[in-house]
Design a binder for this molecule. Structure first.
Ligand SMILES: [Zn+2]
Ligand SMILES: [Zn+2]
Length: 425
């Protein structure tokens, strides 16, 4: 497979996305984009990598049946192999492997593949490559913090589940079954509670933990000391843990699950990033009741709670606006139907996007018309002076003869030079 070679590294040194942020890319996603960049299928790349490292595989290795983003040694192995082949270091940061010493396995892997349609749509609209976030592969995360919506699980086009990356051929962001764009999926607003959880996991994903396996018991002892004066049984009953579970952590090498850490973070008023960095010296317990802190963020549904909205009729109204002779902006549509823009995007996504798109194109065409008018005006001034016997004019002379509206157009001197230039040829 000679096409895989380049002078610097065996495989393309593809830049991983979102490193050091809550939106860090998963290794699964990186692997698919890497295969795509080489013009081969993900399955073929998996086979090639295994052959390269002389791994004998008895049966056909179904790459998509494996997890590349989990805490498993297999994920870590793939991160190391891909790092060696691409020359891109620390690819294990795109798996959960670095958290193996502090996070228990139970409840970590989601039952089906999820994604935030708004993230994928934004990736595509910004001209970038859609990619899959590591956070989407962590079960307690059910919403997107950035867009405040629930993660989607089924393709909006063929309505199948598990169509994100479970196939030999994968283009992140597109359905592996029908090829439709997964960013088209409609989704519901997130609850404040789910947002809090997702935000905590996002903080956690920004940097690998600093607490090593031998640091886990001292950290847990500090937690119990701060939250229950060091009394393990009081800690267990106060925060809903089993006493045997706590004893397992402290004496038998047990590791708390993510859910347990979230409970500690919530009641202790401390972020998972701080806990896993061992940054607990100036940790102070919150004085106010905890329930308050998760009710405070404004619910995206706040605006629609007070009344029941008939979304079928709102969608019909939006569709009618799309047929009006003059393009209607989302702002205007929102005022006309009495629903804020965010909820229009959430509940009538296709219609609202179509309105936004049409309005944008309308604005662009107005801009083009204005520019054509301006160039004609400059041309007229120039013709007039040439007819009066002048050989040419400076851009400044022409500017002096334009009306005030034309004079204030951004980049006006560029327009003038363009017209002068076009007359010379
Ligand atoms: Zn999102
Ligand atoms: Zn589909």
């Amino acid at each position: 497979m000679s096409t895989l070679h380049n002078p610097r590294s065996t495989l393309h040194a593809l830049e991983p996305m979102g490193r050091g942020t809550p939106e860090v890319e998963s290794l699964t996603s990186y692997f698919c984009r890497l295969a795509y960049s080489h013009g081969i299928t993900a399955q073929k790349l998996a086979d090639w990598v295994l052959a390269h490292f002389e791994q004998s595989v008895c049966e056909k290795y179904g790459w998509h049946q494996r997890s590349f983003s989990s805490m498993s040694p297999e994920s870590e192995q793939w991160a190391a192999w891909l790092a060696a082949l691409t020359g891109v270091g620390s690819l294990d940061q795109h798996t959960l492997a670095p958290w193996r010493t502090v996070l228990g396995v139970p409840g970590l892997a989601p039952k089906s593949d999820r994604w935030c349609p708004c993230c994928l749509a934004e990736d595509r609209e910004s001209g970038g490559e859609p990619y899959l976030r590591l956070a989407w592969d962590i079960a307690p995360v059910t919403v997107c913090v950035r867009h405040k919506v629930q993660l989607a699980t089924t393709c909006p086009h063929c309505h199948r589940a598990n169509v994100r990356n479970r196939s030999a051929v994968v283009v992140p962001g597109y359905c592996t079954s029908c090829g439709g764009f997964l960013g088209d999926a409609e989704t519901e607003p997130a609850t404040p509670e789910a947002l809090w959880t997702a935000r905590q996991v996002g903080l956690m994903l920004q940097a690998p933990p600093k607490v090593a396996s031998e640091g886990l018991v001292p950290l847990l002892e500090t937690v119990i000391k701060r939250m229950a004066d060091g009394r393990a049984s009081a800690f267990a009953s106060r925060y809903g843990f089993s006493k045997s579970g706590i004893s397992h952590w402290l004496n038998k090498g047990g590791i708390p699950t993510l859910k347990a850490w979230l409970t500690i973070g919530l009641h202790g008023g401390i972020g998972l990033d701080k806990l896993f960095a061992g940054d607990v010296d100036d940790w102070e317990l919150p004085l106010t009741p905890i329930q308050m802190s998760i009710e405070l963020p404004e619910s995206p549904r706040a605006g629609i709670k007070s009344r029941e909205l008939d979304w079928d009729s709102i969608r019909a109204k939006l569709q009618a606006m799309l047929k009006e002779p003059v393009a209607v902006s989302v702002h205007e549509a929102s005022e006309r139907v009495g629903v804020d823009r965010k909820n229009l995007y959430l509940r009538a996504n296709i219609e609202t996007r179509a309105l936004a798109d049409r309005y944008l194109r309308h604005r662009a065409s107005i801009g083009e018309q204005r520019q054509a008018r301006l160039q004609a005006q400059i041309g007229d001034v120039l013709d007039e002076r040439l007819a009066a016997g002048y050989e040419g004019m400076s851009a400044r002379d022409i500017w002096n003869r334009l009306d005030t509206e034309a004079q204030s157009v951004p980049g006006i001197f560029r327009h003038i030079s363009q017209v002068i230039g076009s007359r010379r040829t």
